[in-house]
Design a binder for this molecule. Structure first.
Ligand code: ZN
Ligand code: ZN
Length: 169
């Protein structure tokens, strides 16, 4: 997409209850939905809509998000009061990926890409204008060494005696 004017706005947003608010002076890139099972679980949804913001362009203007270590190198932020998913971050990275649905003006941010296609729900056909990248979770992980070396997500089957891992408040 050649028109990246969506990036150069001030954006605000926050969780459903208003305990946690953020402000971004501009966006970085990569507005997408991710269909991977980690994002599905984290959002309780069939995909996660995310857009990257450089850390220096992001501030938390009210409250502090809680985080869950979904894997050793990844935090997923949310509001502990209402449960709204707010972000995904690679801890060693320069960017935070904010949940587009948590913005006050999500309609200003186009969805340009679709990731994690191997986990895309069969009833979801396409997102208009969004490029379905030919990558899988494994291929995506190759771009960030170690990002999926650990996984704190409960497996997709019932377990007995499961001890939650990676919990942070
Ligand atoms: Zn909240
Ligand atoms: Zn994902």
């Amino acid at each position: 997409m050649t028109d990246d004017s969506y990036r150069f706005h001030e954006y605000s947003g926050g969780c459903q209850c208003g305990s946690v608010r953020f402000h971004a002076t501009q966006l970085h890139d990569n507005p997408h939905v991710c269909y991977c099972r980690m994002c599905q679980k984290a959002f309780g949804s069939l995909f996660a809509p995310l857009v990257a913001v450089r850390r220096e362009h992001l501030s938390w203007t009210r409250g502090t998000p809680s985080v869950f270590h979904s894997s050793e190198h990844v935090n997923r932020g949310f509001c502990k009061d209402c449960g709204t998913p707010l972000f995904w971050e690679y801890l060693e990275g320069e960017r935070v990926s904010l949940a587009i649905g948590a913005f006050d003006t999500p309609h200003l941010i186009p969805i340009l890409y679709q990731l994690g296609k191997e986990s895309r729900h069969p009833s979801i056909i396409d997102i208009e204008g969004a490029e379905l990248l030919g990558t899988t979770e494994e291929e995506d992980a190759d771009q960030v060494p170690g990002i999926r070396a650990t996984n704190n997500q409960h497996p997709d089957h019932d377990t007995t005696g499961w001890v939650p891992r990676g919990t942070h408040v």
